[in-house]
Design a protein around this ligand. Structure first.
Ligand code: NZQ
Ligand code: ZN
Length: 388
């Protein structure tokens, strides 16, 4: 194993009824609590009323921060910052998926910072030498793992940049995760979130070191779990066991655990973020389109790992196949699985318009140093043409 430091301060409360059981106690030290949420789902499915009821009964001053959009923008973050400052919010309660949680982490950081937060924490990695506003989260859809990390992926629309860094100081203090809260998520979003988890695991697994290490072994078990439970959840959307496994798989994929001692690639993520900056597409769908094509480009640079992926994740028997044939069979199984889940397979489905836009996106992508090989903008463009 390579050297590492492990820290994760988020306390997780997982399971049916956890919000009712623990929320009042967790908010005990705070008088003014901000309820932050998305574009209406929590009002339709009753989650908003349940939480408001608990906070009112506990005698809190409740501040409302509605309308956080998928792919949250820096403008929305600054709206939240003004609200926190003007209302004297002592605790931010993010109720939603990755977008709401990320936006709230960014608000909690920027509300306690006097300088240009975009420039100093998103444009480049900064140092947080102050305490952000305390943040708790209630997860309503899984996939990003945002509940247990410090990353806040934010879009700067004016500059066409979507980016984020993992700041441990931005980890939520607590995460309430009731799998039953995710039952109302539309199937397309369940699939896209679950594929996002699978993508986080693959982006970590396909990087050095490749010699025997426990992080890769956990990653393989997690990939098998995501694949199995996606299938079960598709057959029966109210299968609590499948939905709870998917929700916890997603936390384990992004709480830094499987990254310990690994370089981590995340090339597909950096590209997907820039596709999002130009098209506002769904994040899980973007990584689904990119993965098989990207892997066909790089598998020869990490061949033994791609063979292991085919054998240990997709259970493909050798049957006289060469290493290259095994690797290609593993990537083929991944592509077939994406098709099976109904996720998109092309850039057009994500809203990418034409070759000109593809070139602008390719040129805007950041370089990820953890991959098996450096991918230059010309090759990203080639990947895009193959995905169109
Ligand atoms: O806005 P509402 O009306 O709430 O609807 C949301 C939204 O339309 C809906 N939804 C959420 N919970 C629901 C529900 N609908 C019905 N019932 C419920 N219980 O789902 C839609 C998508 O929500 P969103 O939060 O956007 O999805 P996701 O969790 O996939 O988050 C995506 C964002 O997270 C970023 C992505 O880039 C993207 O901006 N990521 C954050 C990461 C992190 N912080 O570690 C890592 C990821 O790689 C990713 O980049
Ligand atoms: Zn992701």
């Amino acid at each position: 194993m390579n050297n590492f430091i492990y820290e994760n301060r988020t306390k997780v409360f997982f399971g049916k009824g956890c919000v009712k059981e623990f929320l009042a106690c967790l908010t005990g030290n705070y008088t003014t609590v901000m309820m932050a949420y998305g574009q209406g789902s929590v009002k339709k499915n009753g989650i908003y009323d349940e939480i408001l009821g608990i906070l009112m009964k506990a005698g809190k001053n409740v501040v409302d921060f509605p309308g956080i959009m998928p792919n949250p923008t820096y403008e929305k973050v600054m709206e939240g910052v003004r609200l926190v400052r003007n209302s004297g919010t002592e605790l931010i309660l993010a109720i939603g998926g990755g977008s709401v949680m990320d936006c709230c982490k960014a608000v909690s950081l920027a509300a306690r910072y006097e300088g240009d937060a975009w420039e100093n924490f998103w444009e480049r990695k900064g140092i947080i030498d102050f305490e952000p506003v305390p943040l708790g989260v209630v997860v309503t859809t899984g996939g990003t793992g945002s509940e247990c990390n410090g990353a806040a992926v934010i879009t700067n629309k004016a500059r066409k940049i979507k980016t984020g860094y993992d700041y441990p100081a931005c980890n939520p203090l607590f995460a309430l995760m009731d799998p039953a809260y995710t039952f109302s998520v539309p199937e397309q979003q369940v699939m896209s979130g679950a594929f996002d988890s699978l993508s986080h695991i693959m982006e970590t697994y396909f990087s050095e070191p490749d010699s025997q290490n426990v992080s890769d072994e956990i990653a393989e078990a997690l990939m098998r779990s995501v694949i199995r439970n996606i299938r079960l959840a598709r057959q029966n959307p109210t299968d609590y066991t499948a939905r709870s496994n998917l929700l916890w798989d997603s936390t384990l994929s992004e709480n830094r655990l499987i990254k310990l001692g690994k370089k981590c690639d995340f090339t597909c993520h950096l590209i997907a973020h820039q596709i999002g900056a130009y098209t506002d597409c769904n994040h899980g769908q973007a990584v689904a389109v990119l993965h098989p094509v990207y892997y066909r480009h790089i598998y020869r640079d990490g061949l033994p790992k791609f063979v292991r992926f085919a054998e240990n994740v997709w259970m493909i028997p050798r049957e006289g196949r060469t290493d290259e044939e095994m690797a290609e069979a593993g990537i083929g199984a991944l592509a077939d699985f994406i098709r099976e889940t109904g996720l998109p397979m092309t850039l057009r489905e994500l809203g990418v318009k034409d070759q000109r836009e593809m070139k602008l996106i390719a040129d805007s992508c950041h370089y990820s140093p953890g991959g098996y090989r450096r991918i230059m903008p010309e090759e990203i463009l080639e990947i895009f043409r193959e995905c169109l």
